[in-house]
Design a protein around this ligand. Sequence first.
Ligand SMILES: Nc1ncnc2c1ncn2[C@@H]1O[C@H](COP(=O)(O)OP(=O)(O)OP(=O)(O)O)[C@@H](O)[C@H]1O
Ligand SMILES: [Mg+2]
Length: 282
Amino acid sequence: MLETRELTIRFGGHVAVNAVSCRFEPGTLTAIVGPNGAGKTTYFNLISGQLRPSAGSVHLDGRELTRLPASTRARIGLGRAFQLTNLFPNLSVLENVRLAVQARESSARGLRLWSVWSDHKDWISEAEDLLRDVALLAQADVVVATLPHGDQRKLEVALLMALKPSIYMFDEPTAGMSRDETPVILDLIRRLKQDKTKTILLVEHKMDVVGELADRIIVLTDGRLVADGDPDEVIASPVVQQAYLGLTPEEACGSNNGPPSPTLPPRGEGAGAASSGRGDVQ
Ligand SMILES: Nc1ncnc2c1ncn2[C@@H]1O[C@H](COP(=O)(O)OP(=O)(O)OP(=O)(O)O)[C@@H](O)[C@H]1O
Ligand SMILES: [Mg+2]
């Protein structure tokens, strides 16, 4: 089980993540929602090790990770989508995914020189399967640097899948994708959910997506965890209505992804509602 305890980071005087304590159980998909600048990406960066906290700690299966580098955390199962800047931009899409598969296998089994060539074929065939899953196989030979934005996002997801982590962290995985590309990624996350050993964390603004996929929703506002619970209850709660007042109607209703979600309250309702503070939905 993944857990953060009182996790906090300050940037100068600004507390971007403020004493967030939360546990994430295997077999559950937790959506993390909140207005722009709420601290969602920063929370992911603290969990995956891209940032060091000012206070608090991160634990996986009882082991404290707080001072471990991101590379070690990745090896023990924390999967964060690659930043494209970490890729090999002059290599093809397939070569990048193959390298991710290879990295996982080499770190799991150590270097086995006598089987390198047969392994190589297996890595390529697994990489092709992953590209098929994200509908990117037709672009297998394209140089990464020239990929359009939507395809880059698909590649990020393929690379995350290649690592076979126990914790999957998706930060707005469909942002920048067209309407016909989005379902490919959502289907993939849906399939991933069927593996009950995986813990999935999903930052997503589109409430219709969140309402359908999440087993649980937590809400961050100004770096604080202000609601945590069942999706229907959290979406209907005053605290979410308030948290979403900072969003544009398009963002709040997921207008890039079909009609507005019927579950999201209209913008402006609940304006006077007080935050529930940390803990469950009131
Ligand atoms: N490296 C940094 N240095 C200074 N401030 C930062 C840094 N990273 C994030 N912040 C600030 O921390 C706050 C939280 O940012 P973060 O990117 O985590 O928000 P978010 O919830 O992911 O927003 P969005 O929905 O727009 O992606 C913001 O005010 C941001 O400006
Ligand atoms: Mg973000």
